[in-house]
Design a protein around this ligand. Sequence first.
Ligand code: SF4
Length: 465
Amino acid sequence: MTTQPLHFMPRQRPRTRLARLGDWMARHRSAIARLQWAIVVLYFVLVAVPAFLPLPPEDARMANNFTRVAQFAFWGIWWPFVIASMLLVGRFWCGVMCPEGALTEFVGRPGKGRAIPRWMRWPGWPLVGFLGTTLYGQLISVYEYPGPVLVILGGSTVAAIAVGIVYGRGKRVWCRYLCPVTGVFALLARLAPLHFQVDRAAWQAQPAHIPAVDCPPLLNVSTLSSAAQCHSCGRCSGHRGAVALRGRWPGSEIVHSQPGDVGRYEALLLLYGMLGFALGAFQWTMAPGFVQAKQWMATWLVERDIFWPLADNAPWWVLTHYPQVSDVFSWLDGAGIVVWLSGTALLVGGLAHLATAAAARLARTDWKVLALCLVPMAAANLFLGLSMLTLTQLRSEGIIFTWLPEAQLALLALAWGSGMVLALAQLRRAGVSGVRTVGAIALLAAAGAVPALLWIRTLDLFRVW
Ligand code: SF4
């Protein structure tokens, strides 16, 4: 195992166990690289191999079908684990395990290293990327079939490699600006109780000529004050005797956020994307209203002799098309999904936006900062939706958890309640008066309650009472 030199300087603060763990990461880059390459191989096996196998028969099980294993590993374990890991340990996934991050960085080392164009730095890409991939994934049924997995995730990986070759210079330009989930991860990581912290006084006490640290997502480590963009790769741990992995109260970064710490597109991603659009994507297949609206529309079209929207002649990479298992989407289905997801985003996100803006006005604070208090609810939204896939797959294997409705309700209550605790702490810290605080929290509580109630209705969680 190789070790790499660090610019360890006389230490101003004792190295805790956590700090020593960060230092270990900085010294053992080769061990982390080996882990990353192992995950790259696993990723390619799970993404690519099933796309070239026949579709599994209806009675296929994980014990006898690799595609089922890959689906469960990818959607049942991999993605829920990634979301949960963001909440627990920040973006360690990005810095230590993500195959796309490893690839874009690796191919960029001998790459062209062109200047990053201005258009690529546009802060709205994470929002566009998240909405676009979520919608496209629903249109081509990415959770059900291996071909769409290859198109979406493989396409994203190819794009990450291309960006790495052209602009990378060994840095993670793709991850910083264009990855479709970087905005989501940046929001979730603010809740994490672990982060790399810079001791400014210790930093400034060291000579200026010490070489800069190699930060893959191009951060100015000396001013690092947020876990949002830090990939927790550990490379800067111990640098100038000033950087250390440390613990903090979960959500404390949100409580201490100031105007300017969160951008407009980031707040819109939170409200319209993670709370609204994602909810629509997870729930449309279970929504009776979707089927009724579609039937009404089909009848309306037929009565007027308009038949082309009912055709199911789109290729599988445009709309789901698997006639061998009687699963084909018509153009009307596709349009219905677009409208349903957009409508849910506008309804849930729009209400949350209105409520947050009104709360911020009442409390005379920044609405984007206040909106961060809804991150726990957005996290629960994503986790519940992804874990539904896990549970559906387990159910088809005959594994059923009887305690599940209570656990889902508890998760929603915890997310809603912790969001309100964050809001209370944020407003008290800002010195907002009692009456204004109560009003602002009531508005935020309503914003968080809408997605929670939609989950309760969809999952029929009231059955447990
Ligand atoms: S600041 Fe940069 S180098 Fe340090 S842990 Fe975060 S991503 Fe890695």
